[in-house]
Design a protein around this ligand. Structure first.
Ligand code: SF4
Length: 338
C-alpha cells in the first residue's frame, strides 16, 4: 500500500483498536473470495480487511433497488459486509466471506464519480453493500462523502442506515476538521444541503428484535431522524423491506403510531415502501447457511429468479402501508417498488 493517503487512512482506522495483529496479504480477494468459508461463523467475530479496490468502482443502480425518481442512478461500495447483522440481508447470500473489507482508495471512487458528472447529474447511493453509518466512528467515510458532495453541485448522495442515536453534531464537526486539511473556507452549513439524503430504514419492534440484530432500535432510529431534521439534513424514510410477521398489521400499525407521533412528517423529503425480495441465487445460499431462520426459510414465490411474497400478500402489505402513509404525506412523495 504505497500511497501515503491510503496508509494514513489505514493507520487512522487501526488506531481505534487497542490490540491489533496485522497480517499482510497480497490481495484482499486471496482471503475474501476463498471457497468453503463459513459466512455465519466469520460474521460472529469479523476480521477486518483493509484494501485498495480496483476495476469499476461506481455501478448503475440494480433493478431490485428503487431509483426514487432519479434518472442517473448509481451506487458504490466503499466497504464489503456490515457491522450490523440483519438475518435477511442479501450480503449473506452474495459474499463468500463474513469478514469486513474497508476500501481505502476513496479518491479513486471520487474520480470515477467526477467522470460521470462531466456527462450528467448523478444520484449515488454511497452506503451500499454495507451500512456506512455503523462504522462512521472508525472510517469517517460519511463525512468524506458529505464534503465531496458539497464540492459537486450536480451530485446527490443517499446514505442509507439502520443506525440509532447518530451524533450528527459530531459527524459535522469531524467533517469540518477533515475538510480543514483539504479545503480552505469549508463551511459546515453547506454540508447540510438537500443533496445529502439520510435514508433511515424503519421496521417494527418485532422485526428489529427478531431479524435486525445489532442495529439501532426503532426508538433510537427515530431519535436520529429527529436530530437530522433539526439540523437541516434531508431525510427519507424507507419502509423497505417490509417483513411479514404474525399480526403484521398490528406491528406495522404500532410502528407508524410512533413514527407519526415523533417525526414531523411535513419535513420528510420522501418515503419508500417495498416488501422483501431477493435473487434466487442469494436466497438459496442463505437457506443452506441458516436452516433455523424463519425469515430466510419462508416459502417465497419465485418470479423469474427473484423470490418475494405471494402477489396477494405483497399487494396487501404494501398497499396497506402506503395507504396509512397517505394520511400524513402527499402521495407523490411515496415511492412504491414496482
Ligand atoms: S444494515 Fe443493511 S447492509 Fe447491514 S446487515 Fe442490515 S440489511 Fe445488511
Amino acid at each position: 500500500m504505497a500511497d501515503p493517503m491510503y496508509r494514513k487512512r489505514a493507520e487512522k482506522i487501526l488506531s481505534h483498536f487497542r490490540e491489533v495483529s496485522v497480517i499482510r496479504i497480497d490481495h484482499y480477494k486471496d482471503v475474501f473470495n476463498r471457497h468453503k468459508q463459513n459466512y455465519m461463523k466469520q460474521h460472529e467475530s469479523q476480521a477486518l480487511v483493509l484494501a485498495v479496490k480496483q476495476g469499476n468502482l461506481v455501478y448503475p443502480g440494480a433493478e431490485v433497488c428503487q431509483s426514487m425518481g432519479n434518472e442517473h442512478f448509481y451506487y458504490t461500495s466503499c466497504m464489503m459486509n456490515c457491522l450490523f447483522d440483519c438475518e435477511y440481508c442479501y450480503l449473506k447470500g452474495m459474499y463468500p466471506s463474513g469478514n469486513m473489507v474497508i476500501f481505502l482508495n476513496l479518491e479513486d471512487i471520487f474520480a470515477e464519480v467526477e467522470a460521470l458528472l462531466r456527462e450528467h447529474p448523478v444520484y449515488l447511493c454511497v452506503s451500499y453493500d454495507t451500512d456506512l453509518m455503523a462504522v462512521e466512528a472508525l472510517t469517517g467515510y460519511v463525512g468524506e462523502w458529505i464534503r465531496f458532495t458539497n464540492e459537486h453541485k450536480d451530485l446527490i448522495i443517499e446514505v442509507r442506515t439502520k443506525a440509532g442515536n447518530i451524533d450528527f453534531e459530531k459527524l459535522l464537526k469531524c467533517t469540518e476538521d477533515n475538510a480543514g486539511e483539504k479545503e480552505k473556507g469549508f463551511n459546515r452549513k453547506n454540508c447540510v444541503s438537500e443533496r445529502n439524503i439520510f435514508a433511515f430504514t424503519l421496521s417494527p419492534d418485532y422485526v428489529v428484535e427478531h431479524y435486525e440484530h445489532k442495529t439501532g432500535t426503532l426508538e433510537s432510529r427515530l431519535k436520529s431522524i429527529g436530530k437530522a431534521l433539526e439540523m437541516g439534513f434531508t431525510v427519507r424514510l424507507c419502509f423497505d423491506p417490509m417483513i411479514y410477521c404474525p399480526d403484521w398489521r398490528v406491528e406495522y400499525g404500532r410502528m407508524l403510531e410512533k413514527v407519526f407521533s415523533e417525526i414531523p412528517m411535513e419535513k420528510i423529503h420522501d418515503v419508500s415502501v417495498g416488501s422483501f425480495r431477493l435473487s434466487e441465487e442469494y436466497l438459496k445460499s442463505m437457506r443452506r447457511n441458516m436452516p433455523g431462520s424463519a425469515v430466510v426459510q419462508y416459502p417465497y414465490e419465485n418470479d423469474h429468479g427473484v423470490y418475494h411474497y405471494s402477489r396477494r400478500l405483497t399487494e396487501e402489505m404494501e398497499r396497506w402501508l402506503a395507504l396509512q402513509l397517505t394520511e400524513r404525506i402527499p402521495e407523490e412523495k411515496i415511492f412504491r417498488w414496482d
